[in-house]
Write a protein of this length. Structure first.
Ligand SMILES: Cc1cc2nc3c(=O)[nH]c(=O)nc-3n(C[C@H](O)[C@H](O)[C@H](O)COP(=O)(O)OP(=O)(O)OC[C@H]3O[C@@H](n4cnc5c(N)ncnc54)[C@H](O)[C@@H]3O)c2cc1C
Length: 378
């Protein structure tokens, strides 16, 4: 059972007031925004319903260079130079032009959190009126508000974003103890008609799961089946909805980053590095505002345009997401093997990598040398 660190009951004292920047959600997107605001001299408040790193939200696989670029190798678990792709009619090993790594979620969040000087409070966001966010501990007002709350896109102010009608995929995984040397995926209708299964080893545990592009397909039974097929126990579940369509990155004066903006990539459901990438881009725009080099309306326009400038890449990947399940299984095996040619892998994965290249992070200001938290003792 995860340790409950979040304040409960009488410890949950009122929280209200005005700040310069309010970041709602303290996972990949929110922490990346906060990092870029470090040292800007603004009063930044970050809130989440859980303590930072308390609730793992993914299999935690990412290109290794992102861990290096953000100085997060302290969270590293295991590295993979190859991707193993299984179909009912054969297996291919892709020699990747970059490596993927798995990491430890609490460790990564803690290391990333060390790179900001924001104040953090646990509070559940219930909604918003104008520039005021309503939480279970009170109302907080800010001219600059970030929604890094994940797929619900809670602060959009419209009727919301609900499965199964919204453009969402469904993902579930189990975390049995064990080890393996391969990063593996299964494109196999035995596990999911449209989507894929995965096994991401992370040192002493394996993250085995199934993702369905169709939100109506329930993945629990086939997640258990895949775990059984791999000789692993279906224990320690975690799952969530995964957006697979880009959404406007600003709306009604609010900035959205990560899953709230649909920044997770279609087809692969890779959403960590994109949450970091767009979070960094947003943090830089907000920093320019608090340092009076820009204005709120200019930041809204620039960040909106930056995110929308990636739309064609998201559309292309969504097209592939719709195409792959339509390929008859007997053709899929040979197609997957043919795509394993080194030149094709370097070209296709190179473009895929460039959708959110870690070089973007390296241009950011150096993180603070030491922890300079202003955490409030509530
Ligand atoms: C099973 C599964 C496996 C995945 N594996 C991978 C993978 O290996 N690699 C990869 O790149 N992507 C993976 N993804 C996708 C990835 O998890 C997301 O794209 C990524 O987590 C998005 O980051 P985020 O910061 O936008 O949102 P999230 O990580 O979802 O964080 C949202 C934060 O907001 C907080 N929050 C939510 N609602 C409220 C509220 N009302 N009040 C206060 N706080 C709130 C949450 O506690 C959380 O901390 C996976 C997804 C799933 C479901």
């Amino acid at each position: 059972m995860p340790r409950r660190a979040t304040k409960r009951g009488a410890e949950r004292t009122p929280l209200s007031g005005d700040v310069d920047v309010l970041i709602c959600g303290a996972s990949f997107a929110g922490l990346a925004v906060a990092r870029e605001l470090a040292g800007a001299g603004a009063e930044v408040l970050m809130i989440d319903r859980y303590e930072i790193g308390e609730r793992q939200t993914s299999a935690c696989g990412i290109p290794t260079d992102w861990l290096k670029a953000l100085d997060l190798m302290g969270s590293f678990r295991q590295e993979f130079p190859e991707l193993v792709v299984h179909t009912p009619h054969g297996t291919a090993r892709y020699d990747l032009p970059f490596t993927f790594s798995t990491f430890d979620y609490p460790a990564l969040c803690s290391l990333l959190d060390d790179q900001n000087d924001a104040r953090f409070e646990t509070a559940k966001v219930n909604g918003r009126t104008g520039n005021t966010v309503h939480t279970d501990r009170g109302d907080i007002t800010a001219p600059l508000i970030v929604d890094g709350l994940g797929w619900r896109r809670m602060l959009a102010g419209d009727e919301g974003f609900q499965p199964p009608d919204a453009p969402l995929s469904r993902g579930l995984e189990v975390h049995p103890f064990g080890s393996s040397g391969d990063l593996e995926i299964w494109i196999d209708r035995r596990y999911v008609p449209a989507g894929y299964g995965w096994s991401f080893p992370a040192d002493d545990e394996i993250r085995i799961g199934v993702g369905s592009f169709d939100p109506r397909f329930h993945v629990k039974g086939t997640t258990v089946l895949l775990a059984e097929d791999l000789g692993s126990e279906a224990v320690r579940y975690q799952g969530n909805w995964i957006p697979h369509q880009l959404r406007p990155a600003t709306a009604d004066g609010i900035f959205f980053a990560g899953d709230s903006a649909g920044h997770c990539l279609p087809l692969t459901a890779e959403g960590i590095r994109t949450a970091l990438y767009f979070g960094i881009a947003l943090g830089r725009e907000l920093r320019a505002v608090v340092e009076q080099r820009s204005t709120r309306s200019r930041a809204l326009a620039r960040y909106h345009a930056f995110s929308a400038g990636h739309e064609w890449k998201y559309r292309a990947m969504l097209g592939a997401q719709r195409l792959v399940p339509r390929i008859p299984p007997r053709l899929l095996g040979p197609a997957v093997r043919a795509m394993g040619a080194k030149r094709f892998i370097d070209w296709s994965f190179g473009h895929y990598f460039d959708v959110a290249n870690p070089a973007f992070a390296l241009a950011s200001p150096a993180p603070l040398p030491s922890r300079t938290k202003l955490r409030a003792v509530a």
